[in-house]
Design a protein around this ligand. Structure first.
Ligand SMILES: NC(=O)c1ccc[n+]([C@@H]2O[C@H](COP(=O)([O-])OP(=O)(O)OC[C@H]3O[C@@H](n4cnc5c(N)ncnc54)[C@H](OP(=O)(O)O)[C@@H]3O)[C@@H](O)[C@H]2O)c1
Length: 327
């Protein structure tokens, strides 16, 4: 009896080990060593996880790095660690809360007033939550943090990015976008709680919005030398599940421990997109493992991209003078 039970267990264990080896062997490391002295990079959600490792890499390359974080203590801790590891003193942090439109506006005004240039903007901050909640701006919290705030921030910094051109915007999306349910017909439901069996439907939709934002922004920026691309960092072992509960947390926590890559490994594609000469002229693309991949089918609808854009302008309360129109 014990013998019979152990055979399936051994098969599953061997399959898991082989999968783990496969994942490790297929990690793609950014192999560009470009120096960033004289450049300024802004990374949102830079105190931990993938964002921290992205900012750390930029600091190693000599950039001025701005860590956009929501918590002073965590920001100071990240800043200390980056300066200690890299010796680069030209790293700073600024506080911003992506659940507040006003906070994003204050943050952008500070950057526009006090920073000479922004060469790289990595829209990385993101959350997954199980609770059904809205921010005080009346926006569904996951949509607000993951899409509306980076959408607003990018608009408010676009002139600075244009002045610093060639410059790059990198939007951190996810494979979860493949499972999004958002469509042209359901566009008016973009800001209502949608649920799926794992309770992460809103996350999927918000990550789809990241890609739709990328493709539409690339069109609007046209031939300008500001490029914008989206990235799926892979399954990465981070704190992203800390605010989830129940089934989604149980399942993904196990997968994370067993199969997900480290934050440093997960940061490679967004670093590649930010620094490599290979992608200097590519815009509107989606990348994974330091390689351009086909835009997921869910995100190929140009009409949906335009409608999501218009809805996002409304939710972000953009003034007419702040809108980005086609060149
Ligand atoms: N981990 C994965 O497997 C995976 C897969 C696909 C895509 N991604 C994407 O990768 C990005 C980074 O996630 P991660 O895995 O590195 O997660 P993480 O370790 O939880 O980091 C998320 C970052 O976002 C910040 N953040 C959260 N809410 C914020 C708010 N209201 N205002 C400002 N900043 C806020 C967090 O700050 P605090 O530390 O203060 O909370 C943290 O710095 C996200 O966009 C995520 O969707 C991750």
């Amino acid at each position: 009896m014990l013998y019979c039970l152990s055979i399936p267990f051994i098969i599953v264990a061997i399959a898991a080990i082989l999968l783990k080896i496969y994942i490790k062997l297929t990690i793609k490391w950014n192999n560009c060593y470009n120096c960033l002295v004289g450049k300024t990079a802004l990374v949102t959600g830079a105190n931990i996880g993938i964002g921290y490792n992205t900012a750390l890499d930029f600091a190693k390359r000599g950039a001025r790095v701005i860590l956009a974080c929501r918590n002073k203590g965590r920001a100071e801790d990240a800043l200390r660690r980056i300066i200690k590891t890299t010796g680069n003193q030209n790293v700073t942090y600024k506080l911003v809360d992506f659940t507040s439109l006003q906070s994003v506006r204050d943050f952008a005004a500070d950057i526009n007033k006090n920073e000479e240039r922004i060469d790289i903007l990595v829209n990385n901050a993101g959350i997954v939550i199980s609770n059904e909640e809205y921010t005080k701006d009346g926006i569904q919290t996951v949509l607000h943090v993951n899409h509306i705030s980076p959408f607003l921030l990018t608009h408010l910094l676009i002139d600075k990015l244009k002045k610093s051109a060639p410059s790059r915007i990198v939007n951190v999306s996810s494979l979860a976008a493949k499972n999004a349910g958002l469509s042209v017909n359901s566009i008016n439901k973009i800001n209502s709680i949608s649920k799926n069996f794992l309770n992460i439907a809103m996350y999927n939709d918000s990550k789809l919005c990241n890609i739709l934002f990328t493709t539409e922004l690339a069109k609007r920026l046209g031939e300008s030398t500001v490029t914008v691309n989206a990235v799926h960092p892979g399954g990465v072992r981070t704190n992203i599940l800390n605010n989830t509960s129940g089934f989604v947390k149980d399942i993904f926590s196990i997968l994370m421990k067993l199969f997900f890559v480290t934050s440093e490994e997960g940061a490679q594609t967004q670093i590649y997109l930010s620094v490599s000469n290979d992608v200097a002229h590519i815009t509107g693309g989606l990348f994974e493992k330091c390689k351009q991949i086909d835009i997921y089918q869910t995100a190929q609808d140009a009409d949906l991209a335009r409608k999501v854009w218009e809805k996002s302008e409304e939710l972000a309360k953009l003034k007419d003078s702040e809108k980005i129109s086609y060149l």
